[in-house]
Design a protein around this ligand. Structure first.
Ligand code: HEC
Ligand code: HEC
Length: 200
């Protein structure tokens, strides 16, 4: 047997680990027994948090992160939101709002060397993929000059465009669409009214 020293070493290491393991086990048992009475009773478990709770600004504290759970208690985090991949566009709240992305963008790389979004959204490729080409503003520099390719200001698409998720509203918004502002009666005809929470 040429590997005799190796086998001896392996057997020694194994024996040592068994020793260390059993020592640790025994000491752990002793410690656990002496610690047991001091452990706090946590039978009640965590306080469940209503992930759909909406906090209205102005109506007290905006607590979008702890969502009403006392600081000395642990809440269940709301489930992670799913990215919608339905190809259904959402209303833009105002004409210059960057539209939200109606498809998933997992693995679409945008870096110095390549821009996956422009594979479909560049003017030249849009017809092939039936994607809306980026609008003319994406070719304008800060002096409103038109460039031949997408402007560096608009190169990193995710700076402005976000995917659509089914995440619940965290904080209510009093934003009102211009159409609802125009449709409201003139200020002198009726006393001004507070915006309804959650509108817009
Ligand atoms: C494989 C082709 C493809 C790629 C890659 C792609 N898109 Fe799209 N995108 C589409 C198509 C097609 C639509 C039209 C709606 C639909 O079918 O989902 C669209 C719609 C959009 C819209 C909505 C436009 C509107 O008028 O409402 C935005 C914003 C958008 N994409 C942004 C992006 C961004 C940002 C990326 C990169 C992270 C990207 N897309 C990558 C194909 C693509
Ligand atoms: C600085 C913010 C910003 C960046 C960065 C940006 N966009 Fe936009 N995008 C907008 C705004 C604002 C609009 C809506 C008004 C407009 O068309 O300019 C828009 C509109 C769009 C539309 C709809 C065009 C139409 O005619 O309806 C598409 C598609 C789009 N962007 C894709 C992209 C892609 C792909 C990129 C990355 C190459 C990108 N955007 C980068 C702000 C941005």
């Amino acid at each position: 047997m040429r590997n005799k020293p190796l086998i001896v070493a392996v057997v020694l290491v194994l024996a040592l680990s068994v020793l260390v393991f059993s020592a640790g086990w025994m000491f752990g048992k002793i410690r656990a027994r002496s610690d047991a009475p001091q452990l706090p009773v946590t039978a009640a478990g965590a306080v469940p948090v209503d992930a759909r709770a909406v906090f209205i600004p102005g109506a007290g504290q905006i607590d979008a992160i702890r969502r009403g759970v006392p600081v000395d208690q642990e809440g269940h985090p709301p489930p992670m939101a799913h990215v919608e991949n339905t190809d259904i566009k959402r209303t833009r709240a105002y004409p210059m709002q960057p539209p939200t992305i109606p498809h998933t963008i997992d693995g679409y790389q945008v870096d110095k060397n390549s821009n996956r979004c422009m594979l479909c959204h560049a003017r030249a490729n849009a017809a092939t993929f039936q994607a809306p080409p980026v609008s003319v503003t994406h070719y304008m520099d800060r002096d409103d000059q038109f460039l031949a390719t997408v402007s560096p200001r608009r190169y990193f698409c995710n700076q402005c465009h976000v995917v659509q998720t089914d995440a619940p509203t965290l904080v209510a918004s009093g934003f009102r669409d211009i159409d609802s502002v125009l449709a409201a009666p003139a200020p002198d005809a009726a006393p001004p009214q507070a915006a309804p929470p959650g509108g817009g």
